[in-house]
Ligand binder design. Sequence first.
Ligand code: DAT
Ligand code: MG
Length: 143
Amino acid sequence: MSSTKVERTLILVKPDGVRRGLVGQVISRIESKGYQITDLKLMNPTRALLEEHYAEHKGKPFFEPLVEFMLSGPIVAMVAEGERVIEGFRSLAGVTDPTVAAPGTIRGDLARDQGTKVVQNLVHGSDSPESANREIAIFFGGK
Ligand code: DAT
Ligand code: MG
């Protein structure tokens, strides 16, 4: 807890969040927490980009539904910066399953089980410094 190392994380508002007009709420929560958004774009990612981003899930039963879902509409990609922002944003987002994500979190307040093969949970946040570097390069490396 005494660490003060500045980190960067990749945050995505997934197609469900953009479709439902929740981009502002997500950004507001990030800014209200005190993190700085240093990069931001609305985009239509390619299948190749998404397969690279979600490479760790290749072979899992939800991989193809996940990629299809992520291709179903525009997403917003951003980089947020701050001390322990990787852990901090995952805390703001809540756990993966929105049904049990704590009230007060983005997923807990704004998402629920939709009965689909892939969990639709509004946002992505990198889970480690290694993932963050890799994912930021995928989404913003060639800008
Ligand atoms: P997170 O997004 O919380 O880091 P993850 O990296 O394990 O979760 O999975 C990526 C996404 O895939 C997740 O946001 C929703 C979906 N997903 C994960 N596990 C799933 C499962 N068991 N069934 C359906 N979809 C799942
Ligand atoms: Mg993940």
